[in-house]
Design a protein around this ligand. Sequence first.
Ligand code: B16
Ligand code: MG
Length: 245
Amino acid sequence: MAVPFSGLYPKAPSIYAPIGWKHLMKIKAFIFDLDGVLTDTAEYHYRGWKRLADELDVAFTREENEALRGIPRRESLLLMLKGRTYPEEQLQQFMERKNNYYLNFVREITAADLLPGARELLNEIRAAGLKSGLGSASKNAREVIERLGISSLLDAVSDGSSVQRQKPAPDLFLHAAGQLGFAAQECVVVEDAAAGIESARAGNFWTIGIGPASRLASADLILPNLKNARLGDLLAFFDTFQAER
Ligand code: B16
Ligand code: MG
């Protein structure tokens, strides 16, 4: 298969399940995850959970935090608690505490915290007449994109309050695609979390995984980051990819 630039790990077309007319559709939009793709708030989530874990005398490492990528707040808390049980009211208090710790970091976010290549890609998408959307599990996503200064570059925002069933269910990305007015097959989801790629694939989206192949093996295309992700290359990749499927 032709791969337009090095360092990519496209999944072999032969191991895809048949997906109907997907290969005949043109890419019209990109739907970006936020944390881990456009900015690195994963570190702030980790510090928030770590502080709470220390207060509760629960051991919690950076490695364990990796499993929380893209996972909603409540499920993240339950994973961090490792089976310890508390009354619901207490769980709500824990979530609020962690969120306040997280928001202390968020308040320091500026446009400089946008990850390399992100603004360039958003600008290229806009200039090419395509659309961009956000599909983030975070209930704080709107505040973060405001602080990053990219709200005006996003044509749709779907966040942790937009749908009931979170990643790995496909609902969040389908919500974003619906707002953009495109079918899933016309959109590429850009995600850093295994749960996010699973979610996008369940919705029949094209996928770009950002991060290590070990975590994102089922993505159509894997990139280390958005630094050299130029729109022309990505569209060429998906054109070729679709034609060969
Ligand atoms: P909040 P994403 C996700 O954002 C984070 O990856 C995950 O660590 C976090 O628990 C989740 O948002 C909920 O965030 O507590 O702010 O609502 O990767 O989907 O952009
Ligand atoms: Mg993420």
